[in-house]
Design a protein around this ligand. Structure first.
Ligand code: AP5
Length: 211
């Protein structure tokens, strides 16, 4: 197929970032991730948008969704510049799903299915390499190089309290998005509780089948 247009859905910590990195490399597509885009613009002034807070930071640090108007504009701009892509972190509510329908067609919609307590364990143990952006886990996937281990950082919203709130927001807002794609017969459900390489085998095969 031409470069695939892939949507990856899943709760916080389901492994979207981990699998998207592999998809990007294997299928030569852009990784469009609203979380990273917002983290890079946490202090952007959005006060003219009639929002509750003046910057994305306040929403993100509490585990709440950043207003649709801000996020829709980021995704629209990124999609207009991509041929193939893996879209990660969007849509997170039904309004965003409707917006996305007007922006692009999709070739495959993946859903990484993971139990809630496992998600908490994964997120509170996640560490990031600020130099490469690589994702690690203190227990499941620690770095081999002690120099890398030394510089690892924890995301501000990966504390247990904020993680629980992000999961509540997911249940309330994003689970209906999963049902929306499922009802259309578009959802490819993947067992996200397997080891990362096994999840990858399923993800890769599912994308290839959609070709
Ligand atoms: P965002 O950055 O999108 O975070 P998220 O959806 O909460 O997802 P994560 O990045 O935390 O998890 P992931 O699924 O990528 O897991 P990962 O691969 O790292 O959003 C952050 C915030 O931005 C939101 O709260 C909101 O405020 C705002 N925002 C973003 N998009 C928005 C939108 N559309 N609208 C409004 N607001 C928006 O894996 C997690 C850990 O598990 C890692 O340590 C990894 O090593 C480990 N791991 C991965 N796979 C496995 C496996 N198979 N087995 C064992 N461990 C594994």
């Amino acid at each position: 197929m031409a470069q695939p247009r892939i949507l990856i859905l899943g709760a916080p910590g389901a492994g979207k970032g981990t699998q998207s990195a592999k998809i990007t490399e294997e299928f030569d597509v852009d990784h469009i991730t609203t979380g990273d885009a917002l983290r890079a613009n946490k202090d952007m002034d959005i006060s003219d948008m009639d929002t509750e807070y003046d910057t994305p930071r306040e929403y993100m640090d509490q585990g709440e969704l950043v207003p649709d108007e801000v996020v829709n504009a980021i995704v629209d701009e990124a999609l207009s510049q991509a041929d193939g892509f893996v879209l990660d972190g969007y849509p997170r509510n039904l309004e965003q799903a409707e917006e996305l329908k007007g922006m692009t067609d999709l070739d495959v919609v993946l859903y990484l299915d993971v139990d809630e307590e496992e998600l908490v364990h994964r997120l509170t143990g996640r560490r990031l390499d600020p130099e490469t952006g690589d994702i690690y886990h203190v227990e499941y996937n620690p770095p081999e190089d002690p120099e890398v281990e030394e510089r690892l950082e924890q995301r501000d919203d990966d504390t247990e309290e904020t993680v629980r709130e992000r999961l509540r927001v997911f249940r309330e807002n994003t689970e209906p998005v999963i049902e929306y794609y499922d009802d259309q017969g578009d959802l490819e459900r993947i067992d996200g509780e397997q080891a990362p390489d096994e999840v990858w085998e399923d993800v890769k095969a599912t994308i290839e089948d959609a070709a």
